[in-house]
Unconditional design. Structure first.
Length: 423
């Protein structure tokens, strides 16, 4: 197997079977930032598993080594052991260049994902309370209103790109509504975060989202409302504006790209897999079933949940050096033959939302938004089909996400929807 690295080819067989040491991170590694990896990551995971077992030596961007956890049980062990595998990267990032393209996705931030101990407890309590205040019933109405407006913008055309014309703007508008964020500030934040996920102009993207979200924090300090940002500002742990900004950055990162990609990845499955495509109208297999399957096989956040061991750790016969990134591949672990039997409906043992102390507190809200978005689109345009062969679709490169560049579909042109649920 060969994987492109710059203008050269990378030979997986050149990576030693035994890798890692308590002090050394040099040696050949499998790059996760190439177009070839993005096109077929599951092939790479299978070959990694065959050669390395549960832990594989990877490169997140040129010169940035990490260990990728591809064994389910090993991942669960690590995720439940924050004492030995803390998420604080500050020692690691001392030696990382400021222009490193993956640094904005990995660097220290005062939020529950990148802190430990009392700091993490403080930040997570504020985030859980702020998200817990979301009115789930009201969210149905918000999503319906947004989706109807978007569908009406292209239903007469008989064609749309689901990524650019539906999933992305719907998630953007829905998250802004939950956060109480004016569209202009939200647009700046979303563009910056997209650059960070793609690891292209990531430093500029990081700065853009930081400026926009600090403005939002200050705005809600003066003009609070019934929204997540205001609940963060008003929480009893007394977050500063900068701390509120950091919580918002985490919420935007988790609340834009992953849900958008979950919508498109699920629709792709439903439109191309005969088990779903033949049953969109009769409902024998539901959107919920498709979501379960995608969260196992193609989770939108494929690789993340990064930790930095405080000391050298010997795991599954492999040395993990101190203070070097250990990244969980939710995608590879979910597809570990040790746990994936092929029967996925109603099976929610996947790691798509992590487990343990860093499990996602917004899981219920995210699934509601994604399922409603898909159902609204398919209810309005049930005869939708893929506009190009599946093999011609392109996936965005990057070590973290599983994201389509576009999802073009065609359908019989129809009149705009007058009200939710009909046309």
């Amino acid at each position: 197997m060969t994987t492109a690295k710059s203008d050269q080819y990378f030979d997986l067989d050149s990576v030693p079977l035994t890798h890692g040491s308590p002090v050394d991170t040099s040696g050949p590694r499998i790059p996760l930032y190439t177009e070839e990896y993005a096109a077929d990551p599951h092939k790479v995971y299978r070959e990694m598993r065959s050669r390395f077992g549960s832990l594989a030596p990877v490169e997140l961007s040129p010169g940035i080594p990490a260990t990728l956890v591809i064994g389910y049980h090993t991942a669960v062990r690590i995720l439940h052991d924050p004492e030995h595998f803390p998420a604080d990267p500050r020692v690691w990032q001392r030696d990382i260049p400021s222009d490193c393209p993956v640094l904005p996705m990995m660097e220290y931030r005062p939020n529950p994902l990148r802190t430990v101990g009392q700091d993490r407890t403080r930040y997570r309590s504020a985030a859980v309370a702020a998200i817990g205040g979301v009115d789930m019933h009201e969210m149905h109405s918000i999503i319906e209103k947004i989706s109807v407006s978007l569908i009406n913008s292209f239903c007469r055309d008989g064609y749309c790109d689901v990524v650019g014309q539906y999933a992305s703007p719907l998630i953007f508008a829905t998250l802004n509504a939950m956060l109480g964020c004016p569209p202009e500030l939200g647009h700046r934040a979303a563009q910056g975060l997209a650059a960070m996920f793609d690891t292209v102009d990531a430093a500029a993207g990081n700065a853009a989202q930081a400026d926009a979200l600090l403005e939002l924090a200050r705005l809600k300090r003066v003009h609070p409302g019934d929204d997540i940002t205001s609940r963060l500002v008003q929480h009893g742990v007394h977050l500063s504006d900068e701390e509120v900004r950091q919580q918002l950055a985490l919420l935007y990162g988790a609340g834009t790209e992953p849900p958008q990609n979950l919508i498109t990845n699920t629709l792709l499955l439903m439109l191309t897999d005969e088990r779903f495509a033949a049953n969109v109208l009769d409902g024998s297999l539901s959107t919920h079933d498709a979501l379960d399957e995608v969260l196992f096989n193609d989770p939108p956040l494929a690789n993340y949940c990064i930790s930095y061991p405080r000391q050298p750790m010997l795991i599954d016969g492999i040395w993990l050096p101190a203070h070097q990134p250990v990244m969980i591949s939710m995608s590879a672990c979910n597809n570990d033959p040790a746990v994936n039997t092929g029967t996925l409906a109603q099976n929610r043992s996947h790691l798509a939302f992590s487990v343990g102390p860093h499990s996602c507190p917004a899981r219920s809200v995210a699934l509601l938004v994604v399922q409603d978005a898909i159902d609204q689109l398919l209810d309005a345009i049930p005869e939708m089909r893929l506009a190009v062969p599946r093999a011609e679709l392109c996936w965005r490169p990057g070590p973290f996400h599983r994201a389509l560049v576009s999802l073009p579909v065609v359908f019989p042109a129809s009149a705009p929807i007058v009200s939710g649920g009909g046309s």
